[in-house]
Design a protein around this ligand. Structure first.
Ligand code: PLP
Length: 369
């Protein structure tokens, strides 16, 4: 049997949704993107939503909009390289902090230690979809002019104290790439409560062209536009939005399935001595991936054994403070480095069959026998 690490849950619904867009000839930026943004707004319960072409560009635009150039951005080393590249693209200075051993989320005490007069942003990552303690981070940021920009690529649908991630923070970035909880093919979105941030992102995602002048001229002189800010081609396309709209309709079932798989893993592995499970709360968390720690120097052997059985395994993520391109920002992070030697992620995706789940569990349990 073959079980990939992750796989998008797409099929005929998404296929049919693309057809009218092909027929219309309006493939790029258009009204369907607005419908997808409205869908997210309603689901998350946030003030503004801007859909973009990737999660990475969502973070890049969010950081440009809050102006991080030559300012420090506090970020956990335990994240995808995308987070750090987005900081550098925006001209910010990444300041790496530790994660906690029990859930691999940002270590808030380390954040406090690393705040300086030049800190502009704290950029937490809701690792595996488990929300970080937003109230504690907000308390730290308040009164210091620090803005919280969340990398919520893992956390679409997750809740913090019964509020959806995306509805509570200053600026929240989602990813809809092929392996995320819902996918647009490729895509991302920024939710924000700050009006000016939403306005800036709205024009920056389309070459800095002002939407207001666009509207002003639309009726009599539709060929005119004004460039009012720096900008990129980071908008979402109608084709990607149409896929996202279909995925959003099925989110409740996706969440139930993901939680059930993760709970089944928890129950199957909790009595294995060499495995440390992460601390979960599946009433609030929508699990994006299933990461666990393997003790006694058995992690690599475990990964080879799974690979030989056709089971997709990976390390989410090799710490960024150890990456060659980020060496200027190196700082010693012993907890993160220890976790790097022990961590492994095993298959978790909505479309996993019961046979695939059982096959993974059998192989994991058998390895430690
Ligand atoms: C997926 C991901 C991103 C980037 O999203 P893309 O849509 O792939 O560009 C950023 N951060 C984390 C933690 C991610 O998992």
């Amino acid at each position: 049997m073959n079980v990939p690490l992750a796989k998008p849950c797409v099929g005929n619904d998404e296929f049919q949704a693309i057809k009218p867009i092909i027929d219309s000839g309006w493939l790029g930026m258009g009204a369907v993107v607005g419908q997808f943004e409205d869908g997210i707004k309603k689901y998350i319960g946030c003030r503004h939503v801007q859909a973009v072409n990737t999660g990475t560009s969502a973070i890049h635009l969010a950081l440009e909009a809050v102006e991080v150039k030559n300012k420090e951005v506090i970020v956990p080393s335990m994240t995808y390289a995308a987070t750090v590249q987005a900081i550098i693209a925006a001209g910010g200075i990444p300041v790496f902090v530790e994660c906690r051993k029990d859930d691999l989320n940002i270590d808030i005490e380390d954040v406090e230690r690393k705040i300086t007069a030049n800190t502009k942003v704290i950029l937490p990552v809701h690792y595996t979809g488990k929300p970080v303690e937003m109230d504690k981070l907000q308390e730290i940021a308040d009164g210091k002019g620090i803005i919280i920009v969340e990398d919520a690529a893992h956390a679409f649908g997750s809740e913090h104290k019964n509020n959806k991630i995306g509805s509570i923070g200053h600026v929240t970035c989602f990813s809809f790439d092929p392996i995320k909880t819902i996918s647009c093919g490729e895509g991302g979105a920024i939710c924000t409560t700050i009006d000016e941030v939403a306005d800036r992102i709205s024009s920056m995602k389309n070459l800095g062209i002002s939407k207001n002048t666009w509207n002003r001229y639309k009726s009599d002189r539709p060929w005119l536009y004004e460039v009012i800010d720096k900008g990129y081609r980071y908008h979402m396309s109608n084709i990607n939005a149409a896929i996202g709209i279909e995925q959003l309709k099925k989110i409740a079932d996706f969440i139930t399935r993901r939680r059930n798989i993760a709970l089944k893993y928890d129950n199957s592995y909790k009595s294995i001595n060499q495995i440390s499970l992460l601390k979960h709360d599946f009433t609030q968390t929508v699990p994006f991936c299933y990461t666990m720690l393997i003790r006694d120097n058995m992690r690599n052997e475990f990964m080879y054994s799974m690979k030989n059985a056709g089971i997709g395994v990976s390390i989410l993520y090799p710490p960024n403070h150890l990456q060659p391109y980020f060496k200027d920002y190196y700082t010693s992070l012993p907890t993160t480095e220890n976790i790097f030697d022990e961590m492994v992620s095993i298959p978790l995706f909505t479309g996993m069959t019961n046979e695939q789940i059982d096959y993974v569990i059998e192989n994991v349990v058998a390895f430690f026998k």
